[in-house]
Design a protein around this ligand. Structure first.
Ligand code: NAP
Ligand code: ZN
Length: 350
């Protein structure tokens, strides 16, 4: 079905309106009319080919919420009219060890990303949520139980939410744990909310003085402006866990020095340029670890969505028209987003 979308044909030009083709739903497919789509920094990295390997035309968007408009004959979990979401993955092999463990994001045969992933559908790579509709295998569709008026603000849970939830759970953030969240953008502000909701003592690290008051409101017990060495020093050797969401290359040593013995800093940001090599002695002498984490599995994403619906947790969003997407990217690049842009997909029809 012809579907209006917004995408880029090359890395250095603005996004523009394009018509794409969505496949007719197969037996296990769910067709979704997209209501809103969050804007992740990964969209910007991909559109502008900051990581290399971008396939054009590129239609980004992997924080998708909307309503089911058709289902294939074998689909039992969803029906027309259901409120649903799609995150960063639309397929995986379903038979490797990681898939068997419900960790489809680590699929040993390669997950299929919601955009820029391999697909037999035209044009040969997946096209994401900056579009009017999407057709997705039912295994990769999530149920959204937030009230309809929170739907736009729930969209960022599909990437920013799960990407922070998964490591917070894996490294056991909770009561009695001191947890740092570095970079208060789309991911980081969700990290603060979720770590707080899980009962941890939360310290937000920001480079933006203007976010100090907000970070407390998001649920941080303490806020540190990371450019201020004295403020940093006051937290030396004290953290159980630090989640680093920064989207740019920076000095990791300033944060590993804040971990206590056996503490871990997990990186989720994927900057265009590599971080300077960390100080190995600072790791060795306190058995500290630097780790990484990729989004989260489908069952875990549903668990996070249900947790957030129950606790009334959503993102703090600024709604935009699709025509404002390049301006939104430029502001995101300057850390000027409080705290997630969400596209009103109805504006694709304009
Ligand atoms: P974002 O909204 O732009 O937030 C990033 C934050 O990092 C900024 O708001 C800023 O926070 C801080 N920051 C930016 N430049 C900085 C610099 N030069 N030095 C120090 N801090 C800086 O981005 P996002 O959507 O949250 O995504 C963050 C990163 O995670 C991106 O690289 C994205 O591709 C990646 N990502 C990874 C996964 C995964 O599965 N691992 C999933 C989604 C996204 P302050 O103003 O508070 O300093
Ligand atoms: Zn994302």
């Amino acid at each position: 079905m012809v579907t209006k979308a917004y995408g880029a044909h090359v890395a250095d030009r603005p996004l523009e309106s394009i018509d794409i083709e969505r496949r007719a739903p197969g037996p296990h497919d769910v067709q979704i009319e997209i209501a809103y789509c969050g804007v992740c920094h990964s969209d910007l990295h991909t559109v502008r080919s900051e990581w290399g390997g971008t396939l054009y035309p590129c239609v980004p968007g992997h924080e998708i919420v909307g309503h089911v408009s058709a289902v294939g004959g074998e689909v039992t979990k969803f029906k027309v009219g259901d409120t649903v979401g799609v995150g960063c993955m639309v397929d995986s092999c379903q038979h490797c060890a990681s898939c068997a463990d419900g960790e489809e994001q680590y699929c040993e045969n390669g997950l299929v990303g919601t955009y820029n992933g391999a697909t037999p559908d035209a044009p040969g790579h997946t096209l994401g949520g900056y579009s009017q509709r999407i057709v997705v295998s039912d295994k990769f569709v999530l149920k959204i139980t937030h009230p309809e008026e929170q739907l736009a603000a729930a969209a960022p849970l599909l990437c920013a939410g799960i990407t922070t939830w998964s490591p917070l759970r894996h490294w056991k953030a909770g009561p009695g744990k001191k947890v740092g969240i570095v970079g208060i953008g789309g991911l980081g502000h969700m990290g603060v909310k979720l770590a707080h909701a899980l009962g941890a003592h939360v310290v937000a690290f920001t480079t933006s003085d203007s976010k100090r008051a907000d970070a407390h409101a998001l649920g941080a017990d303490e806020v540190v402006v990371s450019r201020n060495a004295e403020e940093m020093q006051a937290h030396a050797n004290s953290f159980d866990f630090i989640l680093n969401t920064v989207a740019a290359s920076h000095d990791l040593d300033a944060f590993t020095a804040l971990l206590k013995r056996d503490g871990t800093m997990t990186l989720v940001g994927v900057p265009e340029h590599a971080h300077p090599s960390p100080n190995v002695a600072a790791l060795i002498f306190k058995r500290r670890a630097i780790a990484g984490s990729l989004i989260g599995g489908i069952a875990e994403t549903q668990e996070m969505l249900d947790f957030c619906a129950e606790k009334g947790i959503v993102s703090d969003i600024e709604m935009i028209r699709i025509q404002q997407i390049d301006e939104a990217y430029d502001r995101m690049q300057k850390s000027d987003v409080k705290y997630r842009f969400v596209i009103d997909n109805a504006t694709l029809a304009a």
